[in-house]
Design a protein around this ligand. Structure first.
Ligand code: A3P
Length: 309
């Protein structure tokens, strides 16, 4: 992967900034966000789009397995190191501000790598529909949506591991409700993609459905991206995308030094419990009631309904 020279003036992981009214971690480059709008989409691209903590890495694995006949060792992970709008995150994350200053990351827009990659490209993004390429829907798009209470808890557990970004559950809830969570307001994100759910190239999938009936929804996704699966391949995709098997795959990659391709096994792992309804054991009654009140106001005028269990 191409790397640029170290540069003391570039933004660092562990800090965040606002761009056009939306907060992003500094690994997201404003210039990449601007460039994505006019990015050359290919008809055989597969775009995995999610609001953060909604099952992005799970869907990347599922799509990778679909394209590789259910064999995790054959997945082409070259475009998997990060969402398109980020820098290449194939370095170790710094653990403190001091370390960030001592070892600034090599900054390279990941988009540069994606632009040149051969087809079929699997491209990942957390950007909302309006920031993505104008002709996005000429490609196949898989959008994963997850109930926002579990999104909050997942975000809280994930960010909470980073000492540079202290976070309480109260603050995590407030961030989503106020639209200050990274990548912007959750309701608009899910609702804009829901508007396009009937488009031939869009596969709108709920995390909770995928958990309950993986075979059914994996086959639906495979058919949606033009790769319907034979029974035995489907069985392998279900098997290897199960959270326990995926943890094993990521552990093996970490042991062989390839962990950075997905950043899946270490301290900042994107795989944690993978349970639906886990928020129930963490939200207080007061937090839950306040959240429900906000949710009711934001989501009454839509037929987009989430399972919270
Ligand atoms: P939890 O934190 O609730 O466990 P993202 O990849 O968008 O950051 O999402 C992370 C969430 O997806 C985490 O949720 C993680 O455990 C869950 N996840 C990752 N792989 C999974 C899998 N194979 N099955 C179910 N959930 C998975």
């Amino acid at each position: 992967m191409q790397k640029m020279a170290r540069n003391e003036n570039v933004p660092q992981i562990g800090s965040e900034h606002e761009y056009r009214g939306i907060r992003y971690p500094n690994v997201v480059l404003d210039s990449s966000i601007d460039r994505i709008k006019t990015f050359q989409v290919r008809e055989d691209d597969i775009w995995v789009v999610t609001y953060p903590k909604s099952g992005t890495h799970w869907m990347m694995e599922i799509v990778g397995l679909i394209l590789s006949d259910g064999d995790p060792d054959q997945i082409n992970r070259s475009l998997y190191s990060s969402p398109a709008e980020m820098i290449c995150t194939d370095q170790d994350f710094p653990t403190s501000k001091e370390e960030e200053k001592l070892h600034p990351l090599d900054m390279s827009p990941f988009l540069d790598v994606i632009e040149k990659a051969p087809s079929p490209r699997v491209i990942v993004s957390h950007l909302n529909f309006d920031l993505l390429p104008q002709d996005l829907l000429k490609a196949k798009v898989v959008y994963v949506a997850r109930n926002p209470k579990d999104v909050i808890l997942s975000y809280f557990n994930f960010i909470g591991k980073n000492p540079a970004l202290p976070l309480t559950l109260d603050k995590a809830i407030k961030n989503l409700v106020s639209g200050e969570m990274h990548w912007g307001p959750w309701p608009e994100h899910v609702r804009r993609f829901w508007d396009h759910r009937d488009h031939d190239n869009v596969n709108f999938v709920f995390y909770e459905d995928l958990k309950k009936e993986p075979a059914k929804y994996i086959q639906k996704i495979a058919s949606g991206i033009g790769r319907p699966l034979l029974e035995d391949v489907l069985r392998r995709v279900v098997k290897f995308s199960h959270i326990d098997a995926q943890k094993e795959t990521f552990k093996k990659m970490a042991e062989s030094g390839k962990e950075n391709l997905v950043k899946g096994a270490g301290e900042y792992s994107f795989i944690n419990k993978g349970i639906s309804g886990r928020w129930k054991t963490h939200f207080t009654v007061a937090q839950n009631e306040a959240f429900d009140e906000w949710y009711k106001n934001k989501m009454t005028d839509t037929d987009l309904k989430f399972a919270f269990e």
